[in-house]
Design a protein around this ligand. Structure first.
Ligand code: IPE
Ligand code: IPE
Ligand code: MG
Length: 258
């Protein structure tokens, strides 16, 4: 069964970023503790990553833990970190087999030592993979990322003594943690919430946003396909008019070039 025609496949996103929300509510509706929801949420990552590979979406970024999530109860945070460790131990072999390169964005030094270690080891072990790209946002917050970027940019000026005459987005975005990733084309948020919660605020300037009513543990391959279908039906204008797009030239502004 082909899900997408050749023409549709060309319009599929290169980078899908997902705000995996609703684990707690999913668990509560079953009378279970929140960590039960997180455990089932982690199980789901595999099927979404597989679907991304199936449909040739080379970049997937998952919001797993925000800077604000540091304010959650200690037992929930440590449970999440154990799940992260289990996930990486379990998935490393298939990431190596399938050519998936793992990256992380966020301040890893704010994670417990054991979690930091396994994340760094997994990044190191998969660094030569180049078929697929899985990025985990861990202790990530967009505002902190931008502040760090400004700091790094200012330091550069002090070291080189050179202030770029025309500061453009491309130059500055090289100081962000996402410098090796294209901008997200599609941001999916599960659990029916219409907000970004400090996720990729600048990179999402022209991202299409899809909100699924499903809680993350229920967000399966079919739900991912539905989001892709919805995305390819949209017209991305990047500030231009529909008429301009229908007479588009190869110089059309793309998401990456903004
Ligand atoms: C998302 O599910 C996982 C993390 C934020 C770590 P939540 O834990 O936010 O679940 P809800 O939103 O409380 O249902
Ligand atoms: C966003 O979900 C963060 C992650 C999915 C990791 P939250 O559940 O933390 O977001 P808010 O607090 O509802 O905005
Ligand atoms: Mg939530």
């Amino acid at each position: 069964m082909t899900t997408f025609s050749e023409q549709e496949s060309e319009k599929l996103p290169k980078h899908v970023a997902i705000i995996m929300d609703g684990n707690g509510r999913w668990a509560r509706s079953r009378g279970k503790p929140r960590i039960f929801g997180h455990r089932n949420g982690v199980k789901n990552v595999r099927s979404v990553v597989n679907a991304a590979r199936e449909f040739n979406v080379p970049y997937i970024t998952l919001y797993a833990f925000s800077t604000e999530n540091q304010n959650r109860p200690e037992d929930e945070k440590s449970g999440l970190m154990r799940l992260l460790e289990e996930f990486l131990r379990r998935e490393l072999a298939s990431m190596l087999k399938d050519g998936i390169r793992l990256r992380a964005i966020g301040d890893l030094s704010g994670l417990p030592q054991f979690a930091q270690k396994i994340v760094e080891e997994s990044i190191e072990k998969t660094k030569h993979n180049n078929s697929w790209n899985l990025t985990l946002a861990l202790n990530y917050g967009s505002r902190q990322e931008v502040l760090n970027g400004i700091h790094s940019f200012a330091k550069n000026i002090l070291t080189t003594g050179e202030i770029p005459e025309n500061l453009d987005w491309r130059t500055f975005s090289n100081h962000l943690e996402t410098k090796d990733l294209p901008d997200p084309d599609l941001i999916i948020r599960t659990s029916g919430e219409f907000r970004l919660s400090n996720f990729l605020l600048l990179q999402a300037a022209y991202a299409e946003i899809f909100v699924s009513p499903l809680h993350w543990p229920d967000f399966n391959r079919e739900a991912f396909i539905e989001a892709l279908k919805n995305y390819i039906g949209r017209e991305r204008r990047f500030g231009q008019t529909s008429d301009q797009l229908s007479h588009s030239s190869p110089t059309l502004i793309s998401n990456k070039k903004l």
